[in-house]
Every structure is written in C-alpha cells, then in structure tokens.
Write a protein that binds this ligand. Structure first.
Ligand SMILES: Cc1cc2nc3c(=O)[nH]c(=O)nc-3n(C[C@H](O)[C@H](O)[C@H](O)COP(=O)(O)O)c2cc1C
Length: 196
C-alpha cells in the first residue's frame, strides 16, 4: 500500500500529514455509520452566517446505477481509477443565503472548508478521499436536474487504499510519485505583500 505522508519542514499534526489524494482503492466498502461520521465532520465546519451552503449526494459502488450515474459525469482522466472508489460524493454549494436570497459570496469557500473537514475525518478512520474538479459540469447539471442556485463544486472518490500496482499507467506512476509543496516563502508574507 502506498503511504504518502507529508514531509514537512515544521511540525504539523499527523491528521494533516497523513491525508493524501489516493487513486488506488481496495474492495472494502465504507459502511453507512462511518459515512455518516464523515458528513457529520463536514457539518461542523465554520461558514459565513452559519449558512452551511454545502450539499452532498453520495452513492456506494454497490448501488451500481446511482454510482454509474455519478461516475459517468467524471472526465476521462478520472474515470479509469475512480470506478474503484467505495463511494463517490457529489459536492454542491448553495449560492444564496436562505434568509434573504442574497448572493453568499462565501459559498465556495465554506463548501471547501466542509470538504476539508470530511477528508481529514476520513483520514482519521483510515479512509482516503480524492477531490476531483475533473467532471462535466453541464452533464452533472442535467443528470441531477440542478437549479441555478446549486453549483456542483467537486466529486470526491472515497475508499480504503489498495496497492498502486493494480492501477494502469499513468495513474500508477502518479500514485507512487512524491508529494511536494511550495516553500512558505512563496506564499506567506509578514506585514504586506512584496512589491511587484
Ligand atoms: C478542487 C480540486 C480539484 C481537483 N481535481 C482533480 C482531478 O480532477 N483529478 C485528480 O486526479 N486530482 C484532482 N485533485 C487532486 C489534486 O491534484 C491534489 O489534491 C494535489 O495534487 C495535491 O495532492 P495531495 O492531495 O495528495 O496532497 C483536485 C483537488 C482539488 C482540491
């Protein structure tokens, strides 16, 4: 099994180091109780005005029709490996505040925070999640009959990690590739941004 813990310069909590976006999943399903725990974790993310703009639509791999429906919305670069996920989750964000119908400028931000909670909680339970922006938005809108105020944001592949060797190329190499991040100097600035 691949282990791709973050190699950090400064000490970071294990639950952050241990999260990574896997592509190879074992046959082990995720039981409903565990799945509920992931969504509960998502629910406790902060959000502007406590609006909680996130929505999740999920399908277990065994629910072949519903799973296939979401899988078919993925782009070809994600379909080959995501078909083995135990669960696919369509992440949606509601654009307006329920209270007054006005645009919630933070809807994508807050949905991203809820997604992070979900992924970190998954990691604590030995489950890996892989967010995908690579899906056909128009097809997803049509498939799920989405109203304008609901924005499809990502699709998550969730599952227990399987051996990288079961993946075809180029996914196997990607699964085995080292992870990297920009150094802090490139995105953290004291007092103000550097002059351009
Ligand atoms: C919004 C978003 C969209 C992404 N889309 C894809 C995707 O379509 N396909 C894919 O293989 N990975 C996708 N990823 C995963 C990123 O490539 C991955 O998070 C990044 O390379 C860092 O790797 P790590 O998550 O293992 O730390 C996406 C991640 C995010 C947050």
């Amino acid at each position: 099994m691949s282990v791709k813990h973050a190699q950090t310069k400064y000490p970071v909590a294990d639950f952050i180091k241990h999260r990574w976006s896997a592509r190879s999943f074992s046959n082990q399903p995720i039981d409903d109780e565990t799945l509920r725990t992931l969504f509960e974790a998502a629910a406790w993310a902060p959000s502007a005005m406590n609006e909680q703009p996130w929505r999740f639509v999920y399908a277990h791999r065994e629910q072949t029709e519903a799973f296939g429906q979401l899988w078919s919305c993925l782009l070809p670069g994600n379909q080959p490996w995501a078909k083995n996920a135990a669960v696919l989750v369509l992440v949606l964000a509601h654009k307006a505040f329920a209270q007054n119908g006005q645009l919630n400028r933070h809807y994508l931000h807050d949905t991203g925070m809820a997604t992070t909670n979900l992924l970190l909680q998954a990691g604590e339970l030995g489950i890996h999640g892989h967010p995908m922006g690579g899906f056909d938005v128009a097809k997803t809108r049509e498939t799920y009959n989405l109203p304008d105020e609901l924005e499809p944001v990502t699709v998550l592949a969730l599952g227990y990690v399987g051996p990288a060797e079961q993946l075809e190329e180029p996914f196997r190499s990607r699964e085995l590739a080292a992870r990297s991040r920009k150094p802090l100097e490139e995105f953290v600035f004291e007092n103000n941004l550097p002059k351009q």
